[in-house]
Design a protein. Structure first.
Length: 601
């Protein structure tokens, strides 16, 4: 193609973009999200059974319409796992449910619903960026978002975990507030709805959403005061009304019998029993996230307390600094306003991170990824606008990088498998055997002893058997994850079902006179069985060599694998072996036990 013909094609594309920005945003979302689309399509017919936190999500979705959820999925909030709280609200369920229903309330439909939510947020962000900053703003945001999607694919799109679900919605939230800062006050109601959706889905968004919305309201009120009443307060009033409506379900739940989830959340976070990480750790975490070698470009896996890549952080800081200087020199008003919103967001985020207490998990600061995306996008936009001589070359280069990222993301997503495959296979293997062995007219109380998967397969089995028409219930301690209406007292059920995981535990139950085994399944391949047995021997040898023979029993105790992995005394060598041993998982069996039986080996 000659240079003149290339210019003609470019001009034609620019005209199309100008006349059809909505379709351009839709196309951009599809292109940027192509790795996610391919990953989800790869699951068609895969026979996937959700477990763990993902099962919690579908258990909440299945509660609609007979039991409309008032609060969100189970959260790491409360005194212990036996007294667990939940995320603030159930907005995620209502956002995902229409597509979930369209796909027949299937597990695959849940994955599709989350994908649609992500693509919608990306597309809306691109459209708003076009409205506020023009084609280059939309282009810059699309380029950087493509890089992030590549780093996330495929697992991010195959694990409908509430921690992941609001990520791109938060991107849209910040972009909408950029519009408010520029004077598009009509964007505030949508920003409020999107922000509260993020907050209700995961509580880590509370400081940023509440802080930024409060500042946006003060900005509008201040402009009205300065403008002698010429600025309308209707967006503020509408936003307040929408926020109030969204909080009605959690408030209803709070005033029902019991401790109330909002009260539990307030006590947990206002009076932490553990020390906060502090400002120094917050700086360290942020330096590792706002980083060209950070996880938003390289993929998840970095812990917040890990040492940041100094070169990557400095490179990121230089790009942001050049972008700020360029915007100041050229008086690029839309760019400067977005940089201002991001500056305020970063400060709020730093303070919020300093207030984190307990174990510093990476998912509590996952929103930093979207701040990194926007900082990089606005800097790229400002630099390109400031370099008129080589602007087109820079655009072509950055676009080529984005295309390579999309292709790379698609390549790793083709044929991708959902995470926790052996947990899924265990549920898929036990469920049909159980369905053939139990009386569907009876009410079964499901209990489990699971050293490997934190009870994830138990919740997965609860979900799958419900789909098969078998009534399973759980004890009160599991109600936050299973939903309260699936809780039954032992005296109100007919049979106790024990899910027992691990060869040693299964053998103990088989030797008991009471109860009968109704199902057994080993999700491991023959090679994995050999590897697992060898790992078990190596782990026991390491514990004996370290004088920790008493810890060997943890290998078969409830949630024992996680206890060893989180133990500060666990050596790096032991951690590596234990992590792989736990990842392979173990066989499981189901026993019908007398009423009131405990699932303790």
């Amino acid at each position: 193609m000659t240079e003149s013909s290339a210019l003609r094609v470019r001009r034609r594309l620019l005209v199309v973009a100008r006349d059809h920005p909505v379709w351009l945003a839709v196309l951009g979302a599809v292109l940027v999200g192509a790795p996610g689309i391919v990953a989800v399509v790869s699951q068609i017919g895969a026979g996937w059974y959700p477990t763990g936190d993902v099962a919690h999500t579908e258990l909440m979705l299945r509660s609609i319409p007979r039991h409309f959820p008032l609060i969100g999925v189970a959260a790491r909030v409360g005194e212990d796992l036996n007294n667990q709280g939940s995320t603030p609200g159930a907005a995620m369920a209502y956002v995902l449910y229409p597509v979930y229903l369209l796909f027949g309330r299937s597990s695959f439909g849940m994955i599709v619903s989350v994908l649609v939510a992500h693509l919608s947020a990306i597309g809306a962000s691109l459209f708003v960026a076009y409205r506020l900053g023009g084609q280059r703003a939309m282009w810059a945001l699309g380029v950087v978002t493509a890089l992030v999607v590549r780093s996330l694919a495929p697992r991010f799109f195959l694990e409908p975990w509430n921690v992941w679900v609001p990520l791109f919605a938060f991107l849209l939230f910040v972009v909408l507030l950029w519009g408010v800062a520029l004077g598009r006050h009509d964007y505030l109601p949508l920003a409020a709805v999107v922000g509260i959706y993020c907050v209700q889905t995961h509580i880590s968004y509370v400081p940023l959403v509440v802080g930024l919305l409060s500042l946006a309201v003060l900005l509008i009120v201040g402009r009205r005061w300065i403008g002698s009443g010429k600025v309308s307060l209707k967006p503020v009033l509408l936003s307040a009304a929408l926020v109030a409506v969204m909080w009605i379900p959690p408030i209803i739940e709070q005033f029902r019998s019991g401790p109330g989830n909002l009260g539990r959340l307030w006590r947990h976070f206002s009076s932490p029993r553990e020390d906060t990480v502090g400002l120094s750790a917050a700086f360290k975490a942020m330096a590792g996230e706002l980083n060209l070698a950070g996880p938003f470009l390289t993929g998840p896996g970095r812990a917040p307390y890990d040492d940041p890549n100094i070169a990557g952080f400095l490179a990121f800081a230089v790009i942001v600094g050049v972008g700020i200087a360029s915007a100041y020199k050229k008086r690029q008003r839309p760019v400067q306003y977005l940089q201002g919103v991001l500056g305020v967001s970063t400060v709020i985020g730093l303070v919020a991170t300093a207030r984190v207490f307990g174990h510093f998990y990476d998912y509590v600061i996952r929103w930093m990824w979207m701040l990194a995306v926007l900082w990089l996008a606005v800097s790229l936009w400002a630099i390109v606008d400031g370099l008129r001589v080589i602007r087109h070359r820079l655009i072509e280069l950055a676009s080529a990088v984005a295309v390579i990222a999309i292709v790379a993301g698609v390549s790793v997503s083709v044929g991708a498998q959902a995470p926790y495959g052996n947990d899924s296979r265990l549920v898929g293997g036990l469920a049909p055997l159980l369905a053939e062995s139990v009386d569907p007219s009876l009410d079964h109380l499901l209990r489990w002893h699971d050293p490997a998967a934190l009870g994830g397969t138990g919740f997965g089995l609860l979900l799958e058997m419900e789909k098969r028409g078998v009534s399973l219930y759980v004890d009160a301690w599991a109600g936050a994850a299973a939903r309260p209406y699936r809780v039954r007292a032992v005296q109100d059920t007919d049979v106790v079902l024990c899910l027992v995981v691990g060869p040693e535990n299964i053998q103990v139950f088989r030797q008991r006179s009471q109860g009968s085994e109704v199902a057994w399944f080993d999700p491991r391949t023959p090679a994995e069985q050999i590897e697992s047995n060898a790992l078990r021997q190596d782990i026991e040898s390491l514990l004996r060599a370290a004088g920790r023979e008493d810890q060997i029993e943890r290998l078969d105790s409830q949630y024992g694998h996680t206890q060893i992995l989180l133990d500060q005394d666990t050596s790096p060598e032991l951690f590596t072996l234990m992590d792989r041993y736990s990842e392979i998982r173990l066989p499981g069996a189901l026993f019908v036990m007398p009423q009131g039986s405990l699932c303790i080996p």
